[in-house]
Design a protein around this ligand. Structure first.
Ligand code: AMP
Length: 514
């Protein structure tokens, strides 16, 4: 038996001197390049270190390090050694790490050198060894050990169903869950995406995403590896740097915020994006307005796709064919999508809004050590209940209307936030909005909108309410409009509605008392 995922990567590996990852110079730090040949050798050295540290096939390796080419090589080393790669958000505190390390019981924890003093005792208490990895390609105990060792390594045999990674969900409600992803999950999805998006060894992917999340790690890196393409790593999104690098890249993958910010850059034009062949967006909804403005300014239609930690990617707008703004496209080859009644689970007729469910080789193996949660969300017939509400239109395109838990139920009626947000966003003077349900003494929940205005916009609560009157049924109209300078977002650009609900939870209670 071969190593399922790494064998697929080896099969597509270009000439050894082809650049795998170029790290862009930023903030006075010099740039650097890692070729495929170097990545192969270094991953072999690191895999030998892992084995030397006692990492056995199936053991978890928890990694909390800053973005670097070497961190990606460590992921490859884990795959080759048959270990389970467990990337952790660099923002996690020691208390949060205690939960993840305690839950996943990794054999080894790899952290940034500057955090070793606090993390090492915690890891030791929980039975794990600690190594460190810096961002300059040389520092850290892992690199020191790797540099002394041998590049030759016999990839550990792994089948399609063996785990390659555990990714903890961002978990805005309850405890974060570890999604178990197999070699087959990752290899099949990356292969499909590379084909659907026409990746070749001539492509250069402009990469400004974090690498602890499925988007920047699996979508970007695995697709690159399965096409023999190159990546340019930008440490964190910076519009200036992106504009500077675009003439050397061919594809960009971003969250919607990237596109919104680039649209604010005066240099964005057809000429500035002439070398690019594809712009991809995901991880959060891309406003139709952003899609249209981008097309006007650059001549490129952003390709929006939809996926999640548990399933990799499920749907994508077509490479050739209509990329429809406000939709997440068609099911990927081999992936089935159905919309069901959230109460009964019955499949709904085409066009109706309900729970989005997906099935295919991309869907994960369950939540780490949470059999009840797995059983609650992964049906016996293989369909995963995504938690997203959506509908499929007559042409088969999927429209996401929001997370199930963001649905507002007011006076017994369901209100889909997206519908109200779309109306508000269309008003002159509005940048964007978030519609939430806030506890209400009469209605259970009151539809409430938090709106970001354009600078200098002459728009108040009354004007917005008035404008919505003829456009939305009475029960969908917000009871209150609140204003904010911006919406709270996490690193993946998702609006954190839970924070808004918390901040305004007493809104109607207060109003009544007063
Ligand atoms: P994560 O597991 O962090 O990748 O989050 C997955 C969730 O992000 C999905 O369940 C959706 O709610 C949301 N999401 C991802 N892509 C899109 C998209 N293109 N449009 C709307 N929501 C999206």
């Amino acid at each position: 038996m071969t190593n399922h995922l790494f064998a697929a990567m080896r099969a597509r590996m270009p000439a050894p001197d082809r650049i795998f990852i170029e790290t862009a110079a930023l903030d006075g730090q010099e740039g650097s390049c890692l070729t495929y040949g170097e990545a192969l050798a270094l991953s072999g050295r690191m895999a030998n270190v892992l084995v030397g540290r006692g990492v056995q096939p199936g053991d978890r390796v928890a990694v909390q390090v800053e973005k670097s080419a070497e961190a990606i090589v460590l992921y490859l080393a884990c795959v080759r050694a048959g270990a389970v790669y467990l990337p952790l958000n660099t923002a996690y505190t020691l208390a949060e790490l205690e939960y993840f390390i305690g839950d996943a019981e990794p054999r080894l924890v790899v952290c940034a050198p500057e955090r070793a003093a606090e993390i090492e005792p915690l890891a030791a208490r929980l039975g794990a060894r600690t190594d460190t990895l810096g961002t300059d390609g040389t520092t850290g105990t892992l690199m020191e050990a790797a540099n002394l060792g041998d590049a030759g390594f016999e990839d550990v045999a792994r089948g399609e169903d063996d785990l390659a990674a555990i990714l903890y969900t961002s978990g805005t409600t309850g405890r974060s869950k570890g999604a178990m992803l197999s070699h087959g999950n990752l290899a099949s999805n990356a292969g499909t995406l590379a084909r659907e998006w026409r990746f070749t060894d001539a492509d250069v992917l402009l990469h400004a995403l974090p690498i602890f999340h499925t988007h920047g790690l699996f979508v970007a890196t695995n697709v690159t590896l399965l096409a023999g393409s190159s990546m340019i790593f930008v440490q964190r999104f910076d519009a200036e740097a992106m504009m500077r690098l675009m003439p050397r890249a061919t594809v960009m993958m971003g969250v919607p915020t990237f596109y919104v910010r680039l649209l604010q850059h005066s240099g964005l034009s057809r000429e500035a994006t002439a070398h690019m062949r594809l712009f991809i967006s995901g991880s959060a909804p891309l406003l139709a307005e952003t899609h249209e403005s981008w097309a006007e300014r650059t001549g490129h239609r952003i390709l929006e796709r939809y996926g999640m930690t548990e399933t990799n990617m499920n749907t994508s707008n077509p490479y050739e064919g209509d990329r429809v703004a406000g939709t997440v496209g068609l099911p990927l080859p081999g992936v089935e999508v159905q919309v069901t009644d959230p109460e009964t689970g019955a499949v709904l007729p085409q066009g109706e809004i309900g729970m989005v469910e997906v099935r295919g080789p991309n869907v994960f193996k369950g939540y780490w050590r949470m059999p009840e949660k797995t059983a609650a969300e992964l049906r016996a017939n293989g369909f995963f209940i995504t938690g997203d509400l959506g509908r499929i239109d007559a042409r088969g395109y999927l429209h996401i209307v929001g997370r199930g838990k963001d649905l507002v139920i007011t006076g017994g009626y369901n209100v889909y936030p997206k519908e109200v947000e779309t109306e508000i966003d269309g008003l002159p003077g509005v940048v964007e909005s978030a519609v939430i349900g806030v506890p209400h003494p009469d209605f259970g929940e009151g539809v409430t909108a938090v709106v970001v205005r354009k600078p200098g916009a002459d728009l108040d609560e009354r004007a917005i309410l008035k404008a919505l009157e003829g456009r939305l049924a009475k029960f969908k109209q917000p009871k209150r409009i609140l204003f904010a300078d911006d919406l709270p977002r996490n690193t993946m650009g998702k609006v954190q509605k839970n924070l808004l609900r918390d901040a305004h939870k007493d809104l109607y209670a207060r109003a009544k008392a007063g």
